[in-house]
Design a binder for this molecule. Structure first.
Ligand code: PLP
Length: 361
């Protein structure tokens, strides 16, 4: 069942890993209740605050869970039945926020978007914002590929005094991201997307105001997902429970390299360059892209016929290349090609050639 060693991953997560990450992964996973591990975690914390452009007094939760676990934990720790949330729901990840609120009895309204519909100011303004305490958004809705306008969302939240919770899982390190500039109260990220690490680690970066006003003011009904416990522990560079120690070493290696190579802007520039290269090349093919603003992380290609699964299987079985299928209705005519990970222009050239071959061009 394992992919062959030379399989190319044009997927958004897990992504095509870098050789330096594979090298880190090859070492013995050490014991972690040590001053050395704590010091590394303090550096991970500092580097994440720098790369998300967070305030110095922001805090980082290191959670051993996939991104959905972090979404649920963030909602549970920041809100309860006395809140009322507005959820931008433009695909399956927006729907996940809705489900989380249902399960935890947190009142919400979903701003639902169609598969081709861009989020606009008038969508937001049609809600009486005074009725809400917070807004949840998957800034890059990975299901459709839409990248929402963070400045517009920030202005809406700022005008109406809403806490702003951003699932940035598939936009961090793919598109520009600034917590401080856009008054973001919680940023949720995950190891297997823009960071291109193994799955299992999620991080939530919290503003001081949401810690003071919300998290410290409530006791969450959970042992494992209690942020107060994580906030106490990270002061000494530790987590309450055994974390995914190996992925935290991969993280330290990756963050140090990104910062050394010029920081988030320079990494985003690389992803953008691959994205633009690929999108210019597909202009000759019988495919199109959706009509809304898109993230650099993926190109959500749409075919003229319902051939997406056939094309996906052809690439996987015949060519040892993995592109990202799409679930649900959209999945019949759409696949996603990722631009994160250790991929070169030449890899996209090969993919384009295979696409031409598939279309008998
Ligand atoms: C990948 C992703 C997640 C997390 O999914 P998991 O499978 O739980 O890691 C959450 N939100 C968005 C927008 C994503 O792209």
């Amino acid at each position: 069942m394992f992919m062959e060693q030379d399989a190319k991953l044009f997927t958004v997560g897990p992504a095509q890993m870098y050789p330096h990450t594979l090298e880190v992964r090859s070492h013995v996973v050490p014991y972690f209740r040590t001053p050395e591990f704590s010091a590394m975690m303090q550096e991970n914390r500092e580097m994440l605050l720098e790369l998300t452009d967070a305030d110095d007094d922001a805090e980082v939760i290191f959670l051993t869970a996939s991104g959905s676990g972090a979404m649920e934990a963030a909602v549970m720790n920041c809100f309860d039945e006395t809140d009322r949330l507005l959820i931008v729901s433009g695909g399956t990840f927006g729907e996940r926020f809705e489900k989380i609120c249902e399960i935890h009895h947190i009142p919400f309204e979903a701003l639902r978007l169609g598969p081709n519909e861009a989020l606009t100011e008038s969508h937001l303004n049609s809600y009486n914002a005074g009725d809400y305490t917070g807004l949840l958004v998957n800034l890059h809705e990975t299901y459709t590929g839409q990248l929402y306008d963070i400045e517009m969302i920030h202005n809406f939240c700022n005008r109406n005094n809403l806490y702003l919770i951003v699932d940035a899982i598939s936009t961090f390190l793919c598109d520009e991201y600034h917590m401080r500039r856009y008054g973001i109260d919680a940023t949720i990220i995950s190891s297997q997307k823009g960071l291109c690490l193994a799955p299992g680690l999620s991080m939530i970066i919290l503003s001081r105001r949401i810690i003071t006003d919300k998290i410290e003011e409530k006791s969450v009904n959970s042992l494992y997902f209690d942020f107060q416990d994580y906030i106490q522990n990270i002061k000494r560079g530790q987590t309450p429970f055994t974390p995914c120690v190996g992925v935290l070493f991969e993280l330290h290696d990756m963050l140090s390299r990104i910062i050394k190579a010029g920081g988030a802007d320079s990494r985003v520039g690389e992803v953008r360059a691959r994205c633009e290269y690929f999108r210019s090349k597909i202009e000759e093919l019988p495919v199109h892209l959706p009509p809304f603003p898109m993230s650099n992380a993926i190109s959500p290609i749409r075919f003229e016929k319902d051939i997406a699964m056939d094309f996906f299987t052809y690439l996987k079985d015949e060519k040892n290349m993995m592109v990202n299928p799409v679930g649900g209705d959209l999945g019949k005519c759409s696949i996603r090609v990722a631009h994160i990970g250790d991929l070169q222009f030449a890899d996209y050239d090969i993919l384009i050639e295979e696409m031409k071959c598939y279309f008998n061009m």
